[in-house]
Write a protein that binds this ligand. Structure first.
Ligand code: PHE
Length: 331
């Protein structure tokens, strides 16, 4: 045992002498003195040493190890300067002024969506999501618009090639979520869904192929047009942060009966159409898996893009998707 201690000591001193960099000293420390290091392993042999000399051998091992640890630490300290310079190289002056970073801000469309969502949830509506690539069934068929229906013409969109099977479309409105919601949650139901919709109508500065809608649906017993008007009035005024005049005109959508066009009054433009609304058609309630003799409801869909343009007097719809910093910074 004493011999082994001597051997290990010499081996270490030899290795230490050849070392030329700080990392190698650290590795050597690990190799000899860590939990699995050579000295630790050797100390396990102590139990096999004869009783009468064990204390002596133990003391020897301890002294040798302590001395060597000091030697190694001493060697490491000679590299102190090296370590210091490398730290200095890596030092960063956090007080230096940064280049002129421009902070971004939340897109006005997102702000308006959030405001609408808040106003809806204050009235107990849950927020739902629907797919942007929607089946022909939910987008049209279940909404009382079979394939031959002329109302499809006013919502021409992008059809997704499905090789003759159930066709898919880029949804033309958020109304598809109505039937999905009834099927999933039943009645009574208060839900709101908003998001991108698509139409083949990028024809002028107020129409684009992609725009945002928000849809509201309420299904319960004894629901009337009065509830619809009250809800719309409350919503619009919350978003515009003042009393806004709204009106309903008779309008036709196959999925409501009676149906309305929804207008709001703007000081600059007079009455402006902002969406459609009505009492949910019995066929739609049936498609949702509910009994139209038991439940009624109202639904409405608004162009959030239109609301936003009116609120901030934005003259060209394309600015909203332009990523033009000069435009976005105004909000
Ligand atoms: N989905 C209709 C549209 O996009 C709007 C609407 C929604 C009308 C709900 C009535 C009820 O034009």
């Amino acid at each position: 045992m004493q011999e082994k201690i001597q051997q290990l000591k010499e081996q270490l001193l030899q290795e230490l002498e050849q070392i030329k960099e700080a990392q190698a000293v650290i590795d050597l420390q690990e190799k000899y003195f860590s939990k699995k290091g050579l000295f630790t392993t050797l100390s396990k042999d102590l139990k096999d040493v004869a009783d009468d000399i064990r204390p002596k051998v133990g003391a020897l091992l301890h002294d040798v190890k302590t001395q060597l640890q000091a030697d190694v630490a001493q060697k490491l300290s000679t590299y102190g300067d090296v370590l210091k310079t490398s730290f200095q190289d890596a030092w960063i002056d956090t007080s230096i002024a940064t280049p002129d970073y421009k902070l971004g801000n939340i897109h006005p469309m997102s702000v308006m969506m959030q405001e609408l969502e808040d106003a809806f949830s204050a009235m107990g509506f849950m927020t739902l999501d629907g797919p942007e690539i929607e089946s022909d069934y939910y987008n049209f068929e279940a909404l009382n618009m079979p394939s031959w229906h002329p109302a499809r013409d006013s919502q021409d969109t992008f059809y997704v090639d499905s090789k003759g099977k159930c066709p898919w479309v880029m949804r033309t409105h958020t109304s598809g979520v109505q039937v999905r919601a009834m099927q999933k949650y039943g009645a009574p139901l208060r839900m709101v869904a908003h998001g991108r919709v698509y139409r083949n109508e990028a024809t002028d500065i107020t129409h684009d192929h992609t725009f945002h809608q928000i849809e509201g649906l309420l299904i319960d017993k004894n629901i009337s047009v009065a509830h619809l008007i009250g809800t719309l009035q409350e919503l619009i005024s919350t978003v515009y942060k003042k009393d806004v005049k709204i009106r309903l005109r008779p309008g036709y959508f196959p999925f409501v009966e009676p149906g309305f066009e929804l207008d709001m009054y703007s000081d600059e433009l007079g009455w402006v159409e902002i969406g459609g609304a009505g009492m949910v058609h019995p066929h739609v309630i049936t498609a949702g898996g509910l009994d139209p003799n038991e439940y009624q409801g109202f639904a409405f869909g608004m162009g959030v893009t239109r609301l936003l343009m009116l609120k901030y007097k934005i003259s060209d719809i394309r600015l909203l998707s332009s990523a033009d910093i000069r435009f976005l910074q105004q909000f």
